[in-house]
Design a protein around this ligand. Structure first.
Ligand SMILES: *[C@@H]1O[C@H](CO)[C@@H](O)[C@H](O)[C@H]1NC(C)=O
Ligand SMILES: *[C@@H]1O[C@H](CO)[C@@H](O)[C@H](O)[C@H]1NC(C)=O
Ligand SMILES: *[C@@H]1O[C@H](CO)[C@@H](O)[C@H](O)[C@H]1NC(C)=O
Ligand SMILES: *[C@@H]1O[C@H](CO)[C@@H](O)[C@H](O)[C@H]1NC(C)=O
Length: 823
């Protein structure tokens, strides 16, 4: 541990790792630009790490007909910076985003005109990026970058949308050195092995000599005493050093020129030299430096002769005093004192630009080593103490925070449930024998085939490739639930939490540990479990089941009359969570209770009561005897035109329910006939809020690719951008309306494969009149079909609101009734 830290501290880059202000805001919006943007809400300024503004990230317009590899997000740091680390993140946007860059490249520039592609010590340019949209992936830049402008360039192809949020880490480049020029490093033969002393990371031009670049002499890595060795793993001998032999320099000195960003007042210069005199390498004999602040080199030079040293073969910094000379360029002649001269680092001190002396040793070179080792050791101990303190603080802080949120959420749940009804004394309930504890709750799907298992088509989108294969392997299970079987479905939520806990007050963090309020007598009304009698299984999900039950005395319990005589049992649907469901499933279940308890509308499925005092948790909802609308319509045959009025009436009810949800800004995300239930007299109620993922922070991911997406009902922006709004619900309503008027006799776009549906989505996005719309159902009046087409407008703003839809459908219904009456 200590050794490791010594190695880190030994280099300047080990401490120069401050966030440069993407997340912190020190970098201004106007300094963040991009080659293109997908939309105004995914502009460059949204590319800040850990920020969720706009649509949650920068996304280039890769669909446009241009080279996707040339897309970039550019950051102007205003001054030169030493960048040692980069962090990237995808677009999460509270769980609706799912785009990220799996790989990217970096380009940088010091002057804004000459751009250099970054590569690592082995020459690789591609950096492995994110694996999901929420975790921050940090990458050390070795070698580090000295630049003012940095570009992130996602490596992608046209079929995939990438989004990025980024941060740069480092510190200001106080040297002000913009470039150095020197003769090319040479090759040495030592005991039969070749030692390559070229400047392997030089980013300027390398012809006969090196010009206009920076490289190993400014990379923050100091060479070892034995120049054939390196701290960098797996590189050639001599990697850390740039070296020259006197045989190639008749003048017997090496000339180097250093260019700076502006005229500076120079105090000193430090040159890290090798001194393995036993192998013919020695620190320079003399350095003569010339200064230039305007056009010409000044005659007045500074000369420095280090103390001769035959005692220690240690590599060392030699400090050359520059006598407070003003210059924007310095030219030095380093005279050989032996056959070879090798440098690994050169640093300048000017004006206020003095690095902390505890990190860059100076003073007398002969005493430097011991001295700096002591300092490094002290530094290490301090660092270790700090790290431990930080870890302890974080752990304690998280615990306190979680407890606070936990309490708050419990209070919320209590308040909501108790506010709805008068508090009654709670019953101690035993587990009812009808409820099978082997059942599982996730989302309860009516046993239907509308849900597409999109694994094979989503495999096309690289970010889903892996999980789609998982799903593919499990083909053959029940279609609705297969996708998530056995997969630790909720595991990723914990990852999200771990990341977000530190940065945001994430609701799901609290929810993780939120249990049913224990022993709060009276606060939470509870239906006595023993008064439920199992009748029949209605549906099944991953973590639970839905049963048809008889509830004895529920009308008295609710003090409401549902028709039927007092005391007569009422049929109810009971959704249960299996007892061994994990914490996240429990929380989702409780959240669904919270959502549903808030909704009260004639066209929305109503939550009647709950059993949450003991396991298994269950929620009791109305039972609709005619089942779901899809099955109901499928069995229906159109007799005459008046039936259209009935269909219109049902559609009107759906629109009315959606109008109510819209008034609460509640996005359903899964509107379809299968999620509408039919009661007496064609009464329709919208149900299934299990997928209301805007409230299930992060759920969308877990479902993405590995579970089920109702792509045939989803708007193009939901599929491509993961954007769910009232307007995408309107789109789904259009499809639902189409289903209704075709009597659910066929699936939407039944002639298209899932791949083609996704491709069609792309056509909607491109809007070149190549998109395919659902056809006008036979006998469907033109105004109604126009209404559907309006729901599928490309631009969300052009789609009607549910209020408008409701009005037009009411007109249609009335007109239908009038027509009937006329006949
Ligand atoms: C430096 O020398 C090594 C070893 O021959 C070689 O692989 C590398 O490409 C050289 N680097 C440059 C920048 O010339
Ligand atoms: C350079 O800095 C030194 C020390 O801060 C100061 O004494 C000197 O006057 C400065 N030189 C110029 C030309 O400003
Ligand atoms: C290079 O340095 C070695 C050792 O000091 C010396 O013997 C040799 O003559 C020098 N060669 C040249 C060309 O100056
Ligand atoms: C050096 O470190 C000290 C203490 O850590 C700090 O107060 C000071 O500002 C640092 N100096 C520079 C130039 O960064």
């Amino acid at each position: 541990m200590i050794l490791m830290i010594i190695v880190i501290l030994k280099t300047f880059s080990g401490v120069c790792r401050y966030p440069l202000g993407m997340a912190g805001g020190q970098i201004q919006d106007e300094d963040i630009s991009a080659s293109s943007q997908w939309s105004e809400s995914t502009a460059a300024r949204y590319g800040r790490l850990d920020f969720d503004d706009g649509d949650g990230a920068w996304c280039p317009d890769v669909m446009a007909e241009q080279d996707a590899l040339k897309e970039f997000l550019q950051i102007d740091l205003r001054t030169l910076h030493f960048v040692t680390l980069v962090g990237t993140q995808g677009r999460h946007a509270d769980g609706v985003g799912n785009e990220f860059a799996q790989r990217y490249r970096i380009k940088y520039s010091r002057d804004g005109s000459r751009w250099v592609s970054w590569h690592d010590h082995k020459g690789h340019q591609i950096i492995e990026g994110n694996k999901n949209a929420y975790d921050v992936v940090l990458k050390d830049l070795e070698p580090p970058i000295i630049a003012r402008y940095v570009r992130f360039m996602p490596v992608t192809d046209h079929s995939m949308i990438v989004c990025m949020r980024v941060e740069l880490y480092g510190c200001e480049w106080l040297d002000g050195l913009v470039s150095y020029s020197a003769p090319n490093g040479q090759q040495m033969s030592l005991k039969g092995q070749h030692v390559y002393l070229n400047d392997s990371v030089y980013d300027g031009a390398m012809g006969y000599s090196m010009t206009e670049g920076l490289g190993q002499l400014t990379d923050g890595f100091w060479g070892l005493d034995d120049f054939t060795q390196s701290q960098v793993y797996g590189v050639w001998p001599g990697y850390d050093y740039v070296g020259w032999t006197n045989a190639s320099f008749p003048s017997s000195y090496v000339e180097m020129t250093f260019e700076f960003d502006r005229v500076r007042n120079f105090t000193s210069m430090k040159v890290h030299c090798n001194n393995m005199y036993t192998w013919g390498v020695r620190i320079f004999q003399r350095a003569t430096c010339y200064f230039r602040s305007e056009s010409d080199w000044e005659h007045n030079f500074v000369s420095f002769r280090p103390r001769g040293d035959k005692i220690s073969p240690s590599a060392r910094f030699v400090t050359i005093a520059l006598g407070n000379r003003m210059a924007s360029a310095i030219k030095c002649h380093f005279a050989f004192s032996d056959a070879w001269m090798m440098f690994s680092e050169i640093a300048f001190q000017s004006d206020t630009a003095v690095y902390n002396t505890s990190l860059v040793p100076r003073d007398d070179p002969t005493h430097k080593l011991d001295d700096s080792n002591t300092r490094i050791l002290i530094g290490c101990l301090v660092a270790i103490i700090f790290i431990l303190l930080a870890v302890i603080t974080i752990i304690l802080w998280r615990q306190v925070w979680q407890k606070m949120l936990e309490k708050a959420s419990r209070r919320m749940l209590d308040d909501e449930l108790s506010a709805q009804r008068d508090a009654l004394s709670s019953h101690h309930s035993s587990q009812s024998s009808e409820v099978e504890s082997t059942s599982a709750y996730e989302r309860i799907f009516p046993l239907h085939s509308d849900y597409q298992e999109p694994s094979h088509l989503i495999r096309k989108l690289p970010e889903f490739a892996e999980s789609a294969e998982d799903a593919g392997k499990r083909e053959g299970n029940t279609p609705q639930v297969s996708a998530a079987d056995e997969v630790p479905h909720y595991a990723e939520a914990d990852i999200v939490n771990q990341h977000s806990a530190a940065t945001r007050s994430s609701y799901s963090v609290a929810a993780v540990n939120m249990a049913v309020p224990p022993g709060r007598e009276g606060a939470l009304e509870e239906f006595p479990r023993e008064q439920l009698t199992f009748k029949q299984k209605l549906g099944e999900g991953q973590f639970g089941e839905v049963h048809l039950c008889e509830a004895v005395g529920i009308q008295e319990f609710l003090k409401e009359d549902f028709g039927g005589s007092e005391g007569k049992p009422l049929l109810v649907a009971v959704k249960t969570l299996r007892e061994d469901a994990n914490k996240n499933a429990r929380n989702d279940f409780l959240k669904e209770i919270r959502i549903m308890s808030r909704l009260r509308d004639p066209n929305i499925m109503r939550l009647l009561a709950v059993c949450v005092e003991s396991d298994p948790l269950c929620m009791i909802t109305e039972y609709m005897e005619n089942g779901d609308l899809n099955q109901f319509l499928f069995k229906l045959e159109l007799q005459n035109e008046s039936d259209y009025a009935a269909l219109c009436g049902m559609a009107t009810q759906i629109a009315s329910g959606m109008k109510y949800l819209a008034s609460l800004n509640f996005v359903h995300r899964d509107l379809a006939t299968r999620n509408c239930l039919v009661g007496e007299n064609h009464a329709i109620k919208i149900a299934d809020f299990g997928m209301s993922r805007n409230l299930y922070r992060g759920d969308y991911y877990r479902i993405q690719g590995r579970a089920v997406l109702p792509i045939r009902w989803m708007s193009w922006e939901s599929i491509l951008l993961g954007k769910f709004t009232m307007a995408s619900d309107v789109w789904a309503f259009g499809v639902t309306l189409w289903e209704t008027l075709t009597l659910c006799k066929e699936q939407p776009y039944s002639q298209l494969s899932d791949e083609q549906v996704i491709e069609n989505t792309g056509e909607f996005f491109r809007d070149q009149a190549k998109q395919i719309y659902l056809p006008q159902p036979a006998g469907c009046p033109d105004p109604i079909y126009r209404l559907m087409l309006n729901c599928w407008r490309r631009n969300a703003k052009d789609r009607p609101t549910f209020q408008e839809i409701h009005n037009s459908l009411q007109e249609c219904q009335e007109k239908g009734q009038d027509d009937n009456a006329a006949k």
